[in-house]
Design a binder for this molecule. Structure first.
Ligand code: PLP
Length: 398
């Protein structure tokens, strides 16, 4: 019979893409919408990186490379891991894939058997549970409340462990909360992972975007026991403003790298050869554009933090990294607007979009149904305009 895959049908369509699409449609119809939905930097890919891609084309670097990525790029990734993350990997421990999302997909394909549990701290990036389920895993959610700065504790982690626990997904800096785990917090988490003997999938995609005095620490760098159990995942998408190029990578044990590479060799082969040359330049070339983008993000973060702190009915913990404000709207949900109760976060977002022309991300799909996410990967001018509108809406709540 013409039935479809139950696994594929169980996947939730991405809600972040849906709201962004609606806002785009309104914009196309001439409506002046401020979009706080962006999941990507608003800067162009730096020129030196684009030139490396042009050179690759001109030099005929347009053929298959090894499935796990060129040796040149994998060696550059090893150097980066050593210098930036204090992690020792050799080239055969690196797999380059079609973006961080693909790296994560490969990781779970390589480590999970049906029914294996993967602990996902909440709030989480909405793709994690879906990627885990597609690899036959079972997501287990551990809630990290606002009172704990949206970070799980080692104690919570240990309590969530069962004999089926296979891995923890750790995402620092975090999407959507912007929180960064400290060395002490990571040490405590690592201790549980070693004691209970499970993998840590450390998604460090936003590692370049950490503000103020905070520091990015890679959990795998803490000691040899946790290094063995950690698969470190990163990419060039966010730090180098290269989301469309689709290059992500992992550092892991040789055994896992071999499995991922083998799976990848059948499913997608190597990531785009030209994008690999561009990623190589991103990693080995001058880094000043990364610092320039980061300092712009930091200005916007500071501005948003101040503005939101002064608003009625909402509040946010100032993010330490990435480019998102995770905003608690629970007080606003108990209010009425034009005589009607707001009810839920989706209704809140819908009113904002329709009556105030501001697109935000409702975070129910990130595991928090009383929070919204505001991206600051848009210009300061747009941010000001959008926040003025949100403020006006909040003033109109009763
Ligand atoms: N990890 C996190 C936490 C993300 O937010 C994203 C992108 O939104 C990714 C991974 C994937 O990045 P890529 O565009 O390289 O697939």
């Amino acid at each position: 019979a013409l039935t479809l895959s139950k696994k594929a049908m169980a996947v939730k369509p991405s809600s972040t893409l849906a709201i962004t699409a609606k806002a785009k449609e309104m914009k196309a119809n001439g409506i002046d919408v401020v979009g706080f939905g962006a999941g990507e930097p608003d800067f162009n890919t730096p020129e030196n990186i684009c030139n490396a891609a042009i050179n690759a084309l001109n030099e005929g670097y347009t053929k298959y490379t090894p499935a796990a990525g060129s040796l040149e790029l994998r060696k550059a990734i090893c150097d980066k891991f050593k210098k930036f993350n204090n992690l020792n990997y050799e080239a055969d421990q690196i797999v380059v894939s079609n973006g961080g999302k693909h790296s994560l997909t490969n990781i779970f394909t390589a480590i999970l058997n049906p029914g294996d549990e993967v602990i996902i701290p909440t709030p989480y990036w909405l793709s994690y549970p879906e990627i885990v389920k597609l690899a036959d895993g079972v997501p287990v959610f551990v809630r990290a409340d606002k009172s704990q700065n949206y970070k799980i504790t080692a104690k919570q982690l240990e309590e969530a462990c069962t004999d089926k626990t296979k891995a923890l997904i750790l995402n620092s800096p975090n999407n959507p909360s912007g929180m960064v785990y400290t060395k002490e917090e990571l040490e405590a988490i690592a201790e549980v992972a070693v004691k209970k003997d499970f993998y840590v999938v450390s998604d460090e995609m936003y590692e370049h975007l950490v503000y103020g005095d905070e520091k990015h620490i890679s959990i795998g760098s803490l000691n040899h026991e946790i290094y063995k159990r950690t698969i470190t995942c990163s990419g060039v998408s966010k730090g180098y403003s290269m989301t469309g190029w689709r290059i992500g990578y992992t550092g892991s044990s040789k055994e896992i790298a071999k499995l991922m590479s083998s799976v990848q060799s059948h499913q997608t082969s190597n990531p785009n050869s030209i994008a690999q040359k561009a990623a190589y330049e991103a990693l080995v070339g001058p880094q000043d554009s990364v610092y320039a983008m980061k300092s712009e993000f930091e200005k916007r973060r500071n501005y948003m933090t101040e503005r939101i702190a002064a608003m009625k009915h909402i509040s946010a913990v100032s993010p330490q990294g990435a480019f998102y404000m995770f905003v608690d709207i629970s007080l606003a949900l108990s209010k009425t607007y034009k005589g009607q109760k707001i009810e839920n976060v989706n209704n809140f977002s819908k009113i904002l979009l329709e009556d105030y022309k501001v697109a935000v991300i409702a975070c129910d799909d990130f595991g928090f149904d009383d929070h919204i996410r505001l991206s600051y990967a848009i210009s300061l001018e747009q941010i000001k305009k959008g926040l003025d509108r949100i403020e006006e809406f909040l003033e109109n709540l009763q």
